[in-house]
Design a protein around this ligand. Sequence first.
Ligand SMILES: *Cc1c(COP(=O)(O)O)cnc(C)c1O
Length: 399
Amino acid sequence: MNETKQSHVMATYNRTALRFERGEGAWLITDDGDRYLDFGSGVAVNVLGHAHPKLVATLKAQAEKLWHVSNLYTIPEQEALADALCAHSFAERVFFCNSGAEAAEGMIKVMRKYHAVNGRPEKVTLISFAGAFHGRTLAALAAAGNQAYLEGFGPPPAGFVQCPAFDIGQLEALIDDTTAGILIEPVQGEGGVRDTGTGFLRDLRTLCDKHDILLGFDEVQCGIGRTGKLFAHEWAEVIPDVMAIAKGIGGGFPLGAFLTSEKLGAAMQAGTHGSTYGGNPLATAVGAAVLETVGQPAFLEHVQDVSSFFRQQLAQVIDENNDIFTELRGLGLLIGLKCTPLNSDVVAALRHHHLLSVGAGENTLRLLPPLNVTREEVAVAIAALQAACVDLRAAKDKA
Ligand SMILES: *Cc1c(COP(=O)(O)O)cnc(C)c1O
């Protein structure tokens, strides 16, 4: 483990030396046999944990039949997943891709194309929000407007405007004749686990209807059961015109999609968009198995039940350790804890106690357990948080 061999992998991530060999449910096991409770879930991806028997069986069965044919042919697995996604949502049309950034980018494209085919090609501007994250392609970065991520990569694509706060007044002032629509994560993930609130989402829908512009939800992180509803916007009972999904839908197999109403879907005719891999048989077979499980009412009830248990326990942890944690954020199992010490130090302290977590913006710690996590596993995580608080306090007292 201590070898100092030069890595040929580009150094875009600050990686720890931990190497995992296999996983079982919410647990990851290193090549030395050490067990870690995985409350990062590969950044909100492994919604059914690791090596879920149904997903393993689905992937194996599909692997023995057919992996890839391209979108020149009808793909029954893709048709079936599109049917299921539409049956579970507002959507009538689905385009499959392979990642969240591609899904967000597709969402941007369809919002512009809709106006163009309806005789309003000047409507190209997308309004997004401070703290947003939509992925790492140039358009997704321009949409999120995080200068640190754009630095050094040349001129960002034009046609993006940022609203500094979740404030309807400030937002409406940004709308003009060039506005195509609004892009928002119903619950921001990377930006610091910030819930935009059901009232704000409803006001957004009203505003979009008033100005005849489109509403796009990026549910790449907060969708697929993460908040206790299949899609986070269901809490607000608000319907978007388009939605991007990825992360959880593949359960670990790379898969993304954007879903639209009929009127937006109709704007995307043959040749307007494409993806070689997008929606291939392996990915969509696994996606259908994920949705079949996560889409069950009893499964979503479990997410709501275990998340309210977890949140009660976390409120107590904050109460007893208000020098370390100051605020509980998010919705369901998209959990944020605002930290007083550096969040990276908190992630390291938790890792020392074999609990895996992820940092987020605004010095927040993200806890993203698999959605089938048990109360017993939550109790293990709470004990690790308590132990890490003792360590962090001792480190601070020594400094
Ligand atoms: C992770 C994320 C993305 C980007 O997904 P990738 O698969 O990394 O491209 C986009 N939007 C949101 C809200 C995300 O959390």
